[in-house]
Design a protein around this ligand. Structure first.
Ligand code: SF4
Length: 319
C-alpha cells in the first residue's frame, strides 16, 4: 500500500490479450522486484482464468515518464522538439498517454508549418514550447497534477482518495486547495538501505502463468552484437560494491526486468547477500530491453544508460 502502481489487461483481436503491470519507481524497499510483482499479479483470482491454456508471445518493459504538469522538461531545441511520452505527457490517473501523444504531434506540426511558411529552418520552435500548457494537453494534465504527489505522500488508500477529491475540484471549479504539489525526492533517492526492510519471498515461476526473466527476455527479440562497446556504464565500480551491493543488497538484480545485472560470487553464483564480500558485478548488456530503469533507480546514479550502436535493442512485435 505504500508503493504506487497499476495494471492493465486488454483483449485484442485474434483471441489475444495484452497484460501489463506498473510499479512507481519511487518505491523504498530495495528487495522489491517489479518483474516478480508482475508475475504474482497474473495469479490473482480475478484474472488468472484469462491466461489458462494460453501461450506467451511477447514481452517488454519500459519506464514511463509520469511526473506530468510539474515535471515536463524544456521541449524545444534547435531543429527538433520532444513530443508524446518523451515529453512526459502521460495522464497518470487516467492511465493513458496516446491521446496527448497525438495532440502533441498535431501541435508541433502546426508550429512547424508556421515556421516553414515564415521561411525559418533549424532554429528553436519556441512557439510549441510556449503553446502546450494552454492547449488541450496542458488542460488535461493540469487537472490531475496533484494525484501522484498525494499518492506518494499518503499511500494508496488515503492518497488516491484525496487525489480523487482534488481532481473533482480541479474539474468543477478549476481550483485546487493544494496549489501545485511537488513530487518530493527523485526516484533514485527514495530507496532505503536493505537493513530497514525485510526480504520479499517471491514464489518460483510455474512455467504456466508465471515465468523467469530470461525466457521472457527471449520474447522481446532484443539483440546486441556480442563485441560491441557496453552501453551500460558504471561510473565508479568501488562505489557500486560499497553502496549498491553492501548497503542496498543489489537492487539492480531485481529492478532490471531483463536480468542484465548480477552480483556473483567467485564461483559465478548469484550472491545478493549484503554480507557477502567476495563478489563481482556482472552486466549482461546483450539482454537489455532499453527500459532505462537502471539509469533512474540506481541509488547513487552510478549507472549511465547510453544508446548502443544503431538499430539495436528490443524488436517488439504486436506490442
Ligand atoms: S539494463 Fe537498465 S535499461 Fe536495460 S533492461 Fe535492465 S534496467 Fe532496463
Amino acid at each position: 500500500m505504500k508503493t504506487g502502481g497499476g495494471s492493465f489487461l486488454y483483449h485484442l483481436e485474434d483471441n489475444q490479450v495484452a497484460v501489463g503491470f506498473v510499479v512507481h519507481l519511487n518505491y523504498k524497499n530495495p528487495y522489491l522486484s517489479p518483474f516478480e510483482e508482475f508475475q504474482r499479479f497474473k495469479t490473482h483470482p480475478a484474472i488468472k482464468g484469462t491466461f489458462e491454456g494460453a501461450k506467451r508471445i511477447g514481452y517488454g518493459a519500459r519506464a514511463i515518464t509520469e511526473g506530468g504538469w510539474q515535471s515536463v522538461p524544456k521541449l524545444s531545441f534547435p531543429g527538433g522538439v520532444l513530443m508524446g511520452c518523451a515529453a512526459g505527457f502521460v495522464n497518470v490517473p487516467r492511465i493513458k498517454g496516446s491521446h496527448n501523444a497525438v495532440l502533441s504531434g498535431m501541435l508541433a506540426a502546426e508550429k512547424v508549418a508556421d515556421a516553414i511558411a515564415a521561411g525559418r529552418a533549424n532554429d528553436e520552435l519556441t512557439s510549441y514550447e510556449e503553446a502546450w500548457r494552454g492547449s488541450d494537453i496542458g488542460k488535461d494534465l493540469k487537472k490531475v497534477r496533484n494525484v501522484k504527489p498525494l499518492w506518494s505522500r499518503f499511500g494508496t488508500i488515503v492518497g488516491v482518495g484525496i487525489g480523487g477529491l482534488d481532481m473533482w475540484l480541479n474539474t468543477l471549479l478549476g481550483f485546487s486547495p493544494f496549489g501545485t504539489l511537488k513530487h518530493g525526492k527523485a526516484d533514485y533517492a527514495t530507496l532505503e538501505p536493505a537493513s530497514k526492510h525485510q526480504k520479499i519471498a517471491y514464489p518460483k515461476p510455474d512455467g504456466v502463468l508465471t515465468f523467469d526473466r530470461l525466457s521472457s527476455v527471449f520474447l522481446s527479440n532484443t539483440n546486441h552484437e556480442e563485441n560491441e562497446p557496453v552501453h551500460l556504464i558504471v561510473g565508479d565500480a568501488a562505489l557500486q560494491q560499497r553502496s549498491e551491493h553492501d548497503v542496498f543488497a543489489g537492487p539492480s538484480t531485481r529492478y532490471c526486468p531483463a536480468g542484465v545485472y548480477e552480483w556473483v560470487d567467485k564461483d559465478g553464483n548469484a550472491a545478493a547477500d549484503p554480507s557477502a564480500k567476495d563478489v563481482r558485478f556482472v552486466i549482461n548488456a546483450q539482454n537489455c530491453v532499453h527500459c532505462k530503469t537502471c539509469d533512474i533507480k540506481d541509488p547513487n546514479q552510478n549507472i549511465n544508460w547510453v544508446p548502443p550502436q544503431g538499430g539495436e535493442g528490443p524488436v517488439y512485435q504486436g506490442m
